[in-house]
Design a protein. Structure first.
Length: 292
């Protein structure tokens, strides 16, 4: 009986803290749900207006539920901007930049982080400063260079530009990671007779693969959403990307709200699908980095 009484007294002493923690968790959960709801409200409004007719939108306003679900806005946007071509251009450009940017970042960071290049800190700081330069300051030199090389109005010009831009951030991040790479692994590889390339692909890459996966996803989404440089570099309708197609719907004095919302919905879906496919990879990469 004495033991039971002691156990009950211990539980009773712990109960207030447990209840306080439980209440705090519920408050945090409620705030998270409220924030998520506020974030999703604009998307819900966009989806509702994408399936409205122009008469329904003008008569009932943007916040009213559609009287009937119409696909005219989706069809108009798809046919007006030739969306399949814009989608293909965005996939080619974003996919190429994601892969090439990760490879270039890895090679640069391997030389800086593992190779211990002289003046490494200054070079890494230079890459950090390069990420802070606004695109408006870069667009005219890039335009002149593309013109002189015959790459203007081609997807290759945008791929080269964004590969360099994205790899500046990737190099800074990976150089910081590889600067703390375990020396024991490198020494063991050297004792086994592995050269620099073998060490890179068989020792370094498997270790930092989660970080590379996160960079690949970020580079793809960032490049997909780019607008200003593609607007300057891609003037032909056959080379333009999805964000440019969406912007072409807005005129100086006239805008079809239902078609614009339908275009925004269609333009958003590929990135959402891409994120959902690689969500587990992204979560694993962030978690592994946090544990390390």
């Amino acid at each position: 009986m004495t033991t039971l009484t002691l156990a009950r007294s211990r539980v009773s002493r712990k109960d207030p803290d447990r209840y306080k923690q439980g209440a705090a968790r519920w408050v945090v959960l409620a705030l998270v749900v409220l924030t998520a709801a506020l974030v999703l409200v604009p998307f819900a409004v966009m989806v509702m207006n994408a399936f409205k007719s122009p008469a329904d939108y003008s008569g009932n306003g943007p916040l009213a539920w559609p009287e009937s679900f119409q696909l005219d806005g989706l069809k108009t946007y798809w046919q007006q901007v030739h969306f399949e071509g814009k989608l293909l251009n965005s996939i080619i450009i974003s996919g190429s930049v994601a892969v090439l940017g990760v490879v270039l970042s890895l090679l640069n960071a391997y030389a800086l982080g593992v190779g211990r290049v002289r003046g490494r800190m200054w070079i890494v700081a230079l890459f950090l400063l390069a990420n802070m330069i606004p695109q408006e300051a870069l667009v005219y030199p890039l335009y002149s260079m593309a013109k002189s090389l015959g790459l203007y109005n081609s997807r290759l010009s945008v791929i080269i530009i964004f590969t360099v831009i994205q790899s500046a951030f990737g190099t800074y991040l990976l150089a910081s990671v590889l600067g703390t790479f375990p020396k024991a692994l490198l020494e063991a590889a050297a004792l086994d007779g592995a050269g620099r390339w073998t060490t890179l692909w068989r020792v370094v890459v498997p270790t930092v693969r989660p970080t590379l996966s996160v960079l690949l996803i970020f580079f793809f989404i960032w490049t997909w959403n780019e607008f200003f440089i593609p607007l300057v570099m891609l003037i032909d309708n056959s080379t333009q990307t999805v964000p440019l197609a969406l912007a072409s719907l807005q005129g100086d004095r006239l805008m079809d709200a239902t078609t614009t919302n339908a275009g925004a919905l269609i333009s958003l879906l590929p990135t959402v699908v891409f994120f959902l496919i690689f969500q587990r990879t992204l979560t694993r990469g962030v978690t592994v980095g946090a544990v390390k």
